[in-house]
Design a protein around this ligand. Structure first.
Ligand code: ATP
Ligand code: MG
Length: 454
């Protein structure tokens, strides 16, 4: 046991004191301990205790049963969350409800022994400022090593998700994986097949929010995890590209992902997956040139499949696939105002910044250095200027609505939809047409000439 120096937040000390005063043990565990040992401030707090969820509930005003099956509750206290788990130990708990301190420690040790990696098997008593580190976690933190606790193969056989968790910690912390641990990961990568997609998604979200998702994906490739979980990405390895590209599609994709700020997960996923259709559509022209015709469509489709497989919400999937579908725009100063308006309409005002973030990252990951920012700056200026003209860009900004058209004799239903679409396209081309009488005349002509006979 070693003393540590750390000034714990008041809320944490109060939660701890309340549990201890009620006669239970309570320790800080998990990521917070790692952070403190790394001399960083924890972002969230995991606690371990011998109190059961039922015993914790009366101690605090708000206790959410987040994982009651596994003995986990979330204590809400002074606006902070404390994820609190009852000691998990093999065999029965001791008979005495409040045994002596030595016994307490035995329970804690048993709990730590079941944890996945040495760096995750430390605990802190925040009152005494004591670090309990029975498996050399601190040494491994110093060596920047992720090492399975005990026999790596056995631990991965108990729970295959740990294989992906090793990748996650490596991406988050920039640590290396200890050799035997890595060997076991390779040997058992295929067992990730049996893990639920929800659990995989949770780890993937953490990899995607880390400083270096590319570290994680390289490791997944090296250990054989990639073809098991993401065959579409594995297919991108070694697919060479021409032009300004200096990387293969896989390396380009993971670098592109790194280049997007980590606070923006939808754009990071779009960056990772924007080119995954390339291996599928790749063709070589008679002149010997490699082309990826309309790859953005295949990429969006494959990305959608992947995100659905991972059980992401539909709204998230839509945002990502929309960005992928539109990532191939090529702005030139010759674009007319109408072209700029059509672009804004197609992409959606609310998605423009995301699409530009994706484009910038794409540029970085193409040549390996900062892309020329001029075209994007110009496009931004052009967009600002057409938006300032407050020209209508959506159906609801048209000077007529469905009722007006209905009164003019156009039947409701798909025909009406087609007429409105036509009117919007006309107005995008020439905003001065957005005037009720003009649009009604236009609508009637269009309906008579093009739709009525169908
Ligand atoms: P983070 O800072 O991202 O929350 P963490 O280490 O706290 O990282 P969690 O997933 O919150 O990770 O898990 C908390 C602790 O629970 C881990 O540090 C580890 O000790 C233990 N743990 C979690 N999942 C497993 C698992 N599948 N097998 C063994 N131990 C686990
Ligand atoms: Mg945690």
């Amino acid at each position: 046991m070693a003393r540590i120096r750390y000034s714990f937040p008041k809320a944490l000390l109060e939660v701890h004191a309340r549990i201890v005063q009620a006669g239970y043990q309570c320790y800080v565990v998990g990521g917070a301990v790692r952070s403190i040992v790394l001399k960083k401030d924890p972002t969230d707090w995991d606690l371990a205790t011998d109190a059961t969820p039922e015993e914790l509930i009366p101690l605090f005003r708000t206790v959410i049963p987040t994982g009651i099956k596994h003995g986990t509750v979330t204590i809400l206290y002074k606006g902070q969350k404390f994820e609190t788990t009852t000691f998990r130990i093999e065999g029965p708990y001791s008979d005495a409800r409040h045994p002596d301190h030595v016994h307490y420690t035995k329970e804690l040790l048993a709990d730590l022994k079941r944890r996945d990696f040495t760096i995750n098997a430390m605990a802190i008593d925040p009152m005494e400022k004591l670090l309990i580190d029975p498996y050399g976690g601190r040494e491994d933190v110093k060596k920047r090593l992720i090492r399975a606790l005990g026999d790596p193969k056995e631990r991965f056989q108990e729970d295959a998700l740990r294989i992906l968790r090793a990748v996650r910690f490596s991406a988050q912390l920039g640590f290396t994986i200890e050799e035997q641990t890595k060997t076991a990961m390779k040997a058992l990568a295929h067992t990730l097949n049996g893990v639920s997609f929800e659990r995989i998604r949770d780890e993937m979200e953490k990899i995607m929010a880390s400083d270096g998702p590319s570290i994680g994906f390289k490791l997944m490739s090296e250990t054989g995890i990639l073809p098991i979980l993401f065959p579409e990405l594995a297919a991108c390895i070694g697919v060479e590209q021409k032009g300004a590209h200096v990387f293969d599609v896989f390396t380009h994709s993971i670098l592109c992902c790194d280049a997007v700020p980590k606070e923006n997960p939808a754009v990071r996923w779009a960056a990772l997956l924007h080119d995954i259709g390339k291996p599928v559509v790749k063709t070589v022209t008679p002149e010997g040139e490699t082309v990826f015709h309309r790859h953005e469509q295949t990429s969006a489709q494959l990305a959608g499949n992947m995100l659905r497989r991972l059980r992401f919400p539909q709204s998230f999937e839509k945002r990502v696939t929309h960005l992928i579908l539109h990532h191939m725009f090529h702005y030139e100063d010759s674009w007319t105002d109408a072209a700029v308006r059509r672009f804004v309409r197609k992409v959606g005002k609310e998605n423009l910044e995301d699409l530009f973030t994706l484009r910038e990252a794409d540029g970085w990951a193409t040549a390996g250095h900062r892309p020329d920012s001029k075209p994007l700056t110009r496009l931004r200026e052009r967009i600002a200027s057409v938006l300032a003209q407050s020209a209508p860009l959506s159906l609801k900004e048209l000077a007529v609505n469905g009722n007006d058209l209905s009164e003019a004799g156009i039947p409701k239903g798909p025909v009406m939809g087609a007429v409105l679409q036509f009117l919007l396209e006309s107005v995008l081309e020439d905003p001065s047409m957005n005037e009720k009488q003009t649009l009604l005349t236009l609508a009637k002509n269009f309906y008579q000439a093009r739709l009525k006979t169908e």
